[in-house]
Design a protein around this ligand. Structure first.
Ligand code: NAP
Length: 294
């Protein structure tokens, strides 16, 4: 059984980006620059944004973290985005989700200049993804594809079961896995909360992508021997014995499923790290497109 270790695959992506950035510096060029907006102080969002900023620094990118109050109104957030859209020094913009209730996430997503939309959530970029055109692939599905590539996981002709159909993970990974690309060419079944025969479908899966946010949902009895398991789930589960008072759990019952699988991503240390790798790759892509246009 192969552990699809996100530390190893993400380090390889980061190393190649670091070399590219060092080369830019040697040529006297500016570095890629990511601006991250964090609204409020949700604990998980704070952790994710801090990690994104830290990874930018480690890769040699510039990063700017803009912290806004939980009570900020929508117009003020949109105005901040417009300033970043018009700032020639900024290559990529991300707004950490979720946002407070008074703000429409859809309006925020659509306010970001598609050429700086390194999260790949803008409808223009989603449309390009669906049509197989060059675009920013949302960071988590992109990270999964980079993981499959790194470990040379064969996907062509396989049956992939994707559990979850969100715009952030389930929907885009189902499109990518079914696309005519090297880590694609799967036959894909997309499952959601109205899928009645989930266990039977999962048992047919050569690849299972679990992205539903229910800790330990995928158990050994749902998995075909030799299947490849991609666990996207990240849920904080209370645990008074843990230093922080909680542990991070994936959507897969790791131990029992690992005993049956041919390959599996751990949580933590799997897809989460690859998400950051995907974001960094998108930021470099945004930078290169900007530099080539000017
Ligand atoms: P989401 O928007 O809540 O979507 C969850 C999806 O799972 C929905 O499509 C839902 O179906 C489906 N679902 C829920 N319960 C189900 C059940 N019992 N059976 C079948 N399908 C079910 O969540 P998300 O944003 O996609 O995130 C999913 C998980 O991935 C979360 O744990 C999240 O924290 C994690 N995540 C991790 C990363 C990473 O970097 N590793 C990045 C993003 C998200 P309906 O559509 O019918 O409601």
């Amino acid at each position: 059984m192969l552990v699809l270790d996100g530390k190893i695959a993400a380090a390889a992506v980061k190393e190649s980006l670091k070399l590219k950035t060092a080369q830019l510096a040697a040529e006297g060029k500016r570095k890629p620059h990511l601006a991250a907006i964090l609204v409020g102080n949700n604990g998980a969002s704070e952790t994710y944004v801090a990690s994104k900023v830290k990874n930018c620094e480690e890769t040699g990118f510039e990063s700017t973290l803009i912290r806004l109050s939980e009570n900020i109104d929508e117009a003020a957030l949109l105005s901040t985005i417009h300033s970043l859209n018009n700032d020639p020094a900024i290559d990529g913009i991300l707004v950490q989700l979720p946002l407070p209730k008074q703000i429409s996430e859809q309006k925020v997503i659509e306010a970001i200049d598609p050429s700086k939309d390194v999260d790949g959530f803008h409808p223009i970029n989603v449309g390009k993804l669906v049509q197989g055109l060059s675009t920013f692939i949302p960071a988590t599905p992109y990270g999964i594809m980079l993981m499959l590539e790194h470990f040379n996981v064969q996907t062509k002709g396989k049956h992939a079961i994707v559990i979850g159909r969100s715009n952030i993970v389930g929907r885009p990974i189902s499109i990518l896995l079914s696309s005519n690309v090297k880590e694609g060419n799967c036959t894909v079944t997309v499952c959601h909360s109205h899928t009645p025969n989930l266990k039977e479908l999962c048992l047919q899966g050569d690849i299972i992508v679990a992205a539903l946010g229910r800790p330990g949902f995928v158990t050994a009895e749902m998995v075909k021997p030799g299947a490849v398991i991609i666990d996207v789930g990240i849920t904080r589960v209370e645990d008074p014995t843990a230093k922080k008072g909680f542990r991070i759990k994936g959507d897969v019952a790791y131990e029992e499923v690992a005993a049956k699988a041919s390959a599996i991503t751990p949580v933590p240390g799997g897809v989460g790290l690859m998400t950051i790798a995907g974001l960094l790759k998108n930021t470099m892509q945004a930078y290169e497109q900007r530099v080539n246009r000017s």
